[in-house]
Write a protein that binds this ligand. Structure first.
Ligand SMILES: Cc1ncc(COP(=O)(O)O)c(C=O)c1O
Length: 383
């Protein structure tokens, strides 16, 4: 399943409470917006403007403004956004790009697709995000970029990474696939680096009704290159300046995103409230969770926990009808596709985070009673 949004629904046996708590409920978000979306779609159907029509340019302008950045280019997935962003920055064979091993595989796939070499660095045991000192230790004369990942919707310390990139004359790029609307020291994610890539996979904080993505940047050249690359490298009518791809954001998806965008801040605020309640209810237990750095305003795409007895916790959640996920159970260098990029035990913090990971139900419409029930089951598992 793309996006790692693995949903684990549970068999109806051995439950102590019959009410289900889903891991994610997209209907709760989409149903109230259905009429508005159908109207927007009817306009596109009437105009036949399916490819790069006004719906796409309008959403690009809205999302750039939302991210407080100059430019946004809509593409067909978050993975394309990452790959085209890096190609637009001229990354390719012979270059090294440093990133986190506990991310979704797409981060690494996108680096590899440019011909550049992904290089992993260890993550911090506090934030579970890339550790700037570990990144610095991995810099070689071939390093061209650092691709930070705001995993789980938690902004990384951009001040430290900007300083590091400047010191070593590297590009700072962001995988913001899970961080729509998050802020670092008041500044929106997407506006604090050379360029950022977003995913609009349906389960994301801002999700389409299919695949979609965007590159956000303040660099006009990067914007123009991604614009060309997503559309067969076309730089002028019938002139193809680069070898590109068919990688445009669909008009129908852009229309969905435009309807949803005005709600994003209130949905994110709800997610933060839910996270605060989980944290309060689980305080003093053996559950550990990433601690955002001072200055980080997360959007809690995922609420993840670690526990020394993960299997027991997962079993009890399942028995009680509570949906859960794992983002991500295997560090990327432990995946067969990328096993050449690291040995078992080379990144012990990242590996341990992955091995013990559980993602709890998290979406804006989640009810307080459900969070209390999930937490009560978790505390029973911890006892
Ligand atoms: C951290 C991260 N990077 C990249 C991606 C790739 O996005 P997409 O699934 O839209 O290609 C995702 C989402 O799935 C993600 O969570």
């Amino acid at each position: 399943m793309a996006g790692g949004n693995l949903l684990c629904y549970t068999p109806a046996i051995m439950r102590t409470d019959t009410s289900q708590v889903p891991f994610l409920d997209l209907t709760a978000q989409n149903a109230p917006l259905r009429n508005e979306i159908e109207l927007a779609w009817a306009n596109i159907l009437d105009s036949n403007a399916f490819i790069l029509g006004p719906a796409v340019s309008s959403f690009e302008a809205s999302f750039a403004e939302y991210c407080e950045a100059k430019y946004c280019v809509g593409v067909d997935s978050g993975t394309s956004a990452l790959a085209l962003m890096m190609r637009a920055c001229d990354l390719g064979p012979g270059d090294e790009v440093i990133t986190a091993p506990n991310t979704f595989i797409a981060t690494v796939e996108a680096i590899a697709s440019t011909g550049a070499t992904p290089v992993f660095a260890e993550v911090s045991p506090e934030t579970w995000l890339l550790d700037p000192e570990a990144v610095e230790a991995r810099i070689t004369e071939r390093t061209r970029a650092i691709l930070v990942v705001h995993l789980y919707g938690i902004p990384i310390d951009l001040d430290r990474f900007r300083a590091l990139a400047e010191k070593h004359d590297l590009l700072l790029l962001e995988d913001a696939a899970q961080a729509h609307g998050a802020r670092w020291k008041g500044q929106r994610i997407g506006n604090g680096s050379h360029a950022a890539a977003f995913s609009f996979y349906p389960g994301k904080n801002l999700g389409a009704f299919g695949d979609g993505g965007a590159v956000v940047t303040n660099d006009k050249e990067v914007c123009e290159r991604v614009r060309a690359l997503r559309h067969h490298g076309q730089t002028d009518k019938n002139v193809h300046g680069f070898v590109g791809v068919t990688g445009r954001l669909d008009s129908l998806q852009a229309a969905v995103l435009e309807v949803k965008l005005p709600h994003l801040d209130s949905w994110n605020a709800r997610r933060r409230e839910h996270a605060a309640l989980y944290r309060e209810l689980l305080a003093g237990s053996r559950f550990s969770m990433p601690q955002p750095a001072e200055g980080s305003e997360p959007v809690v795409h995922l609420f993840v926990i670690n526990h020394p007895e993960t299997q027991r916790v997962k079993d009890l959640l399942t028995e009680n009808g509570i949906g859960w996920g794992m983002h991500y159970p295997l560090a990327v260098h432990r995946q067969p596709a990328f096993e050449s990029l690291g040995k078992a035990g080379e990144f012990p913090v990242a590996e341990s985070v992955c091995e013990n990971i559980i993602s709890l139900p998290m979406f804006a419409e989640l009810e307080e009673a459900a969070i209390r029930r999930v937490s009560e089951v978790l505390l029973r598992a911890d006892a």
